[in-house]
Write a protein that binds this ligand. Structure first.
Ligand code: SF4
Length: 205
């Protein structure tokens, strides 16, 4: 396990995700928009969105039709527009227009699931947490770190097996590994930097 962690850290030393944001609020909004929408498209939308609604204060008073129009190129935009306005209202009413810093508070907000909350905590605030998306779930299973299809179980397995100071760099590394090498359909094991130590669970050929 240590070897896997060390190699991931060496390969992907800077914890990063491929969404553009400059503060926890922007990250939260970008993550909500990115559900079933590519990061490239999300980044294009948020570039315009954050000029008009830079904080929860402006977003809570957004006109639904105007907001819906700005985000119309991403899927489920009606629901997302509704959720974003409700989210901003709640952040302002309950947390003085600041994004809260706990998993419980974040997951109580409209449209915010556990994965999003953990990514906001870790990437937005630097609080140790593990965000499990489809890539983390798949790669953690192939590497034998977890034996579960449930995101919360995979999250707990990673937190048990990896030192807390490495949680963020590790899970963001798994996202990048899953996106670029250990892909869902055709994992490129031949050129993978973990090839000699990975059990390749569930991988054919
Ligand atoms: S060796 Fe293959 S299965 Fe293992 S992490 Fe690399 S690409 Fe994925």
């Amino acid at each position: 396990m240590n070897q896997i962690v060390e190699r991931i850290k060496k390969q992907y030393p800077d914890p990063t995700i491929e969404l553009n944001y400059s503060n926890p609020f922007e990250l939260l909004v970008a993550l909500i928009l990115s559900a079933r929408c590519t990061d490239a498209r999300t980044n294009k939308i948020t570039e315009e969105l954050f000029k008009i609604y830079p904080t929860a204060k402006e977003l809570k008073d957004a006109n639904f039709d105007e907001l819906n129009g700005i985000i119309s190129s991403c899927s489920m935009h009606n629901t997302k527009a509704k959720n974003l306005i409700e989210l901003a209202k709640e952040i302002c009413e309950k947390y003085d227009c600041e994004v809260p810093k706990s998993l419980e508070e974040l997951t109580s907000l409209p449209g915010v699931g556990r994965k999003t909350a953990n990514i906001v905590l870790s990437m937005g605030f630097g609080i140790p947490a593990v965000g499990v998306d489809t890539h983390v779930l798949r790669v953690a299973n192939r590497l034998g770190i977890s034996n579960s299809k449930k995101a919360e179980t995979v999250e707990n397995d990673i937190m048990e097996k990896v030192n807390q100071e490495d949680w963020i760099v590790f899970y963001t590394g798994l996202i990048l590994l899953g996106r670029h090498i250990c892909k869902a359909k055709k994992p490129d094991c031949k050129s993978c930097f973990l090839n000699d130590i990975c059990p390749k669970i569930g991988v054919n050929g």
